[in-house]
Each structure stands twice: as structure tokens, then as C-alpha cells.
Design a binder for this molecule. Structure first.
Ligand code: FAD
Length: 472
């Protein structure tokens, strides 16, 4: 077990001081390299979650993410307590707060797993430098991605911009390391150390409490993630390849928010799926490979974020800056957000999102395409809405996919793709099962007429795209 950044520090100032494990996007005890390193160090451990809403450049969490975080911290605290450990909660600017805590605790070492956004990396580097200067051991580990972004390069040494060769490069090397076991027990470094009262953070909505649908749909936490994976592998893996695009079927894993918050690691998913794959043949084995390839898209999104930190705001293809967005139609945006566009699959998806904090992947593509290409609303506004409402809202995957649908992103199709949402509904929800689940009034007089003409708006989008083409 070793951190990456070589420590050219003098000898540790407090070799016997306890270890601080700073948890961030890795809210789990199993396969947690930072925690494993702390256990191996052999000193008492304090687990910390720090709510940092003030450090510059850190994107504030959306509403659904805040709800998820609250439940996750409750679950993690219980899991830690069951092993004899304690989760300490603090709020504030990470740089100052970590220094303070290290002093309060007399800590000799701080361990964490890496994050990949630019502001997060800069912050972590500053903290690592000041800890090291103070003689405190500081190590970071690879806990959230199978392949560290800087290790995957083209033959020419540049980052990959297209998924297929990227994933081929990832999968042609040695397989990802095996997951680490959860510690058998934890010892709390300092039971008297102050910890914030979680409700005081007000992560859950209260006035109004809009989270009822989220509570029905989800159980955040590490053991729930493991159960979901086991059920998925038992019941759905063999048909995943053929049914993953059908929103009424519910065959996908639903693991994305757990991956986002690190309640399951991609290594755990990789190795457990790989074992399951060995027992499969033919289409079922292909299905398992397909599932791991989807996990590969998550890797690719982080790889792209690492090399393009402004992914949520800046077009990856600069030529797309010439796209002539018309003045914002706020009523059209509101109709899209509320699932009142008169386009059945779009409305079903947007209502699923609002009610449950998630939306099936196929429908995410259709709703995003409709916003951008039929309503001619800038993809960044759609990205922001998803950021606020998705429980899996992810700094890499969300803007990456929005840019992919817009055509401004990595791996953009050589043509301007405009989904026809009615044809998509006929193809992927042929009996309107999904549509009726979320739009029960569809097909009655109560259902609104389409707010735009699909053919006309498609032609307008193609005409607008001509300006991007001529700007290249
Ligand atoms: P499964 O089909 O079971 O896939 C397994 C895992 O692979 C997922 O949990 C996810 O981690 C990963 N994955 C699958 N597809 C993708 C993809 N296209 N890009 C990146 N990772 C993928 N995913 C997020 O995790 N967070 C987001 O904020 C997010 N925003 C999106 C926005 C748009 C406009 C679109 C089109 C897609 C977005 N996705 C996002 C990707 C995808 O829709 C979800 O990961 C998927 O629906 C989650 O369901 P699942 O866990 O059942 O997926």
C-alpha cells in the first residue's frame, strides 16, 4: 500500500499520533485504500467527513445530492460504530479545518482517496504540502477510478478523446487491483473530539419536504449498494445487453448514485462482475462485458474532466461556441423541467427525475436532446437542472453526457444527432408502460398538446448547426 506523490518530507513529527482518514467521495469502509492504509499504520483512527461549501471552485451540491449525503452519513456513522469506530462531522473550509483537526487530535498522519476536479486537486495539493511541511504524514490513494487518468495516454502521449480506443487501452493492460476488505474493527482515536450535529447542516429539505419520492426509491448506504449489485448480477446481468435501453424493464443496476458517493467502488463492481461473467456464455457473457463497458464510460467521463476541468461550462469543441442559441424561452424551460411539454417520453422522464431523483439512461438522452435541439435551450441549463435534481449528479458524468448529447463534447458523432422523441418512445417503450407510470393522463384530454412542432424545430436546429460547421 503506498500513496503516489513521493513524500520528500523530513521524519514524521508525531510517529505515534493517531491517523485521520478524510472521507469525501468514498463513503464506505470496504475497499477503501485510505482507510486500509490507516489500519495498516496501526494507530487509532478518526474518520472525518467535512462539509466544505466555501472553498473556491468547489461546485455546491444540488438538492437531491444533499438529501443523499445526509442519509449516507447516517448510514456510514452506523457502520463505523458497529466496528467500534466513529465518524466525526465538521463543516468549513477544508484547508483551515484539516489543520485545526490535526492539531486537536495530535494526528500523525492524514489519508484520503483522490478526487479529480481541478479545484479539488489544487486544494488537496495545498493541504498535502502544508501537512508535510508540518511533519504530518499525508498520503492520497486511488479509490474512485479503476484507471488513474494520467496513466492512460495515446501512443503520442496525449489524452484520449474517443471512448473506444480509450477503453481498449484501459482493458489491454493488467486488470484493476482486487478490492481491499473492510477492517474487522476500528478504534476511535478521540471520543471527546467535537462533531457537528448532522441535522444542523440542513441537508434535507424541510419547507417543503419534496424528498418523499426519493425516500421511497432509495436506501443510500454501503450495504444497500452491495445488495443491489448482488441482485443485479443474479437477476438482470444476462439480459442487460438486450434490455438496458427499455425504461419499463428496470434491468439496469441503479448503482450510479452509490458510485458517485463511493458507497461501492468500481473495483468491487469489476471483480464481482468478472467472477459472474466466467459462469456465462454467449449473449449473457456479452451482456456482462457490456455492463463493464458502461462502467468504462464513467471512467472516460472522469478522464475527460481531468483534462478539461471546465467541462460543465465550456464546450469541449470550441467550434460549438458559434452555435446561435436564441434568447431563452423561460416558459419552455419550465415546461421541460416540470414534464409538461406534451411529448410523452420527455414528460415521463422529467417527472421520473423530479419524483425519484433519477431517470433511465435512454430517457436522459431523449430529454436532453429535446431541450437542446427542439427547444434550442443551451445544454448548460439542462446540465444545471440535472445537477440539482439527480441523486447521482456527478461532476464528470453529468456535463460529459450533456456535451455528448449536444454534440459539443468528446466523441461527438460526425453528424448532428437529433433524436425524434416520438420514434424513441415507439421503439423503446412500445406499450407505453413507462409513459403511463409517470404520465397517467397521457392519451386523455387532460394531456397538453406539444409545445413545439418536432419537425420544424429539428429543421431550425440543423440550420443553427450550419453556423458551427462553418465556424470550424
Ligand atoms: P447501468 O446501466 O447499470 O450502468 C452501470 C454504471 O455505469 C452506472 O451506474 C454508471 O456509473 C456508469 N454509466 C452508465 N452509463 C454511463 C454514461 N453514459 N456515462 C457515464 N457513466 C455511465 N451518470 C451519472 O452517474 N451521473 C450523472 O450526473 C449523469 N448524468 C447524465 C446526463 C445525461 C444527459 C445523460 C444522457 C446521462 C447521464 N449519466 C449520468 C449516465 C447514465 O444515464 C447513468 O449513469 C445511468 O442511467 C445510471 O443508471 P444505472 O446505474 O442503472 O446504470
Amino acid at each position: 500500500m503506498s500513496g503516489t506523490e513521493a513524500a520528500a518530507e523530513p521524519g514524521p513529527a508525531r510517529p505515534d499520533g493517531p491517523s485521520l482518514v478524510w472521507l469525501r467521495d468514498d463513503l464506505r469502509l470496504g475497499d477503501n485504500p485510505a482507510l486500509t492504509a490507516a489500519v495498516e499504520r496501526g494507530r487509532p483512527i478518526t474518520l472525518l467527513y467535512l462539509l466544505d461549501e466555501v472553498s473556491p471552485g468547489i461546485r455546491p451540491l444540488g438538492g437531491a445530492s444533499r438529501w443523499w449525503l445526509h442519509q449516507s452519513l447516517v448510514s456510514l456513522a452506523a457502520d463505523a460504530a458497529a466496528l467500534g469506530g466513529r465518524l466525526v462531522l465538521r463543516r468549513g473550509a477544508a484547508e483551515a479545518m484539516i489543520g485545526e483537526l490535526v492539531e486537536e487530535l495530535g494526528a500523525g498522519a492524514v489519508f484520503w482517496n483522490r478526487r479529480y476536479g481541478a479545484a479539488e486537486r489544487e486544494l488537496d495539493t495545498r493541504i498535502k504540502t502544508s501537512l508535510t511541511d508540518a511533519g504530518v504524514v499525508a498520503h492520497s490513494f486511488a479509490g474512485s477510478l479503476l484507471f488513474e487518468p494520467w496513466t492512460i495516454r495515446t501512443g503520442g502521449g496525449t489524452p484520449y478523446t474517443v471512448f473506444t480506443p480509450f477503453w481498449r487501452a484501459c482493458t489491454s493492460g493488467p486488470p484493476p487491483r482486487a478490492p481491499y476488505p473492510a477492517p474487522a474493527e476500528l478504534s476511535d482515536a478521540d471520543p471527546d473530539l467535537d462533531s457537528d450535529d448532522l441535522p444542523s447542516w440542513e441537508l434535507e429539505p424541510s419547507r417543503p419536504d419534496w424528498a418523499g419520492g426519493l425516500r421511497e426509491a432509495w436506501t443510500p448506504g454501503e450495504s444497500a449498494a452491495q445488495e443491489l449489485l448482488a441482485d443485479f448480477l443474479d437477476e438482470s446481468l444476462p439480459t442487460y445487453g438486450t434490455e438496458r435501453d427499455l425504461p419499463a424493464q428496470q434491468v439496469t443496476s441503479r448503482l450510479s448514485p452509490y458510485l458517485r458517493w463511493g458507497q461501492i467502488s468500481p473495483h468491487q463492481i469489476w471483480h464481482t462482475t468478472d467472477v459472474a461473467r466466467r459462469g456465462l456464455t454467449g449473449a449473457a457473457a456479452t451482456s456482462a462485458t457490456r455492463f463493464l463497458t458502461e462502467v468504462g464510460w464513467r471512467e472516460f467521463a472522469h478522464h475527460v474532466l481531468f483534462h478539461a476541468p471546465d467541462l460543465a461550462t465550456v464546450n469541449l469543441r470550441p467550434g460549438f461556441d458559434a452555435f446561435p442559441w436564441p434568447p431563452l424561452d423561460v416558459r419552455a424551460l419550465a415546461a421541460w423541467q416540470q414534464g409538461r411539454t406534451g411529448i410523452r417520453l420527455v414528460d415521463a422522464g422529467m417527472r421520473e427525475l423530479w419524483r425519484t431523483g433519477t431517470m433511465h439512461n435512454r430517457v436522459r438522452m431523449v430529454t436532453a436532446s429535446f431541450l437542446i435541439k427542439n427547444l434550442l435551450i443551451d445544454w448548460r441549463l439542462g446540465e444545471q437542472w440535472f445537477w440539482d435534481t439527480l441523486v447521482d449528479a456527478d461532476q464528470a458524468s453529468n456535463p460529459f453526457n450533456w456535451q455528448w448529447v449536444a454534440g459539443s463534447g468528446a466523441d461527438a458523432a460526425p453528424y448532428f444527432r437529433v433524436f425524434n422523441p416520438e420514434l424513441q418512445a415507439t421503439k423503446f417503450d412500445p406499450h407505453n408502460e413507462y409513459v403511463r407510470q409517470y404520465v397517467p393522463e397521457w392519451g386523455t384530454d387532460a394531456y397538453p398538446a406539444p409545445i413545439v412542432d418536432l419537425g420544424e424545430t429539428r429543421r431550425a436546429a440543423l440550420a443553427a448547426y450550419e453556423q458551427v460547421k462553418s465556424a470550424r
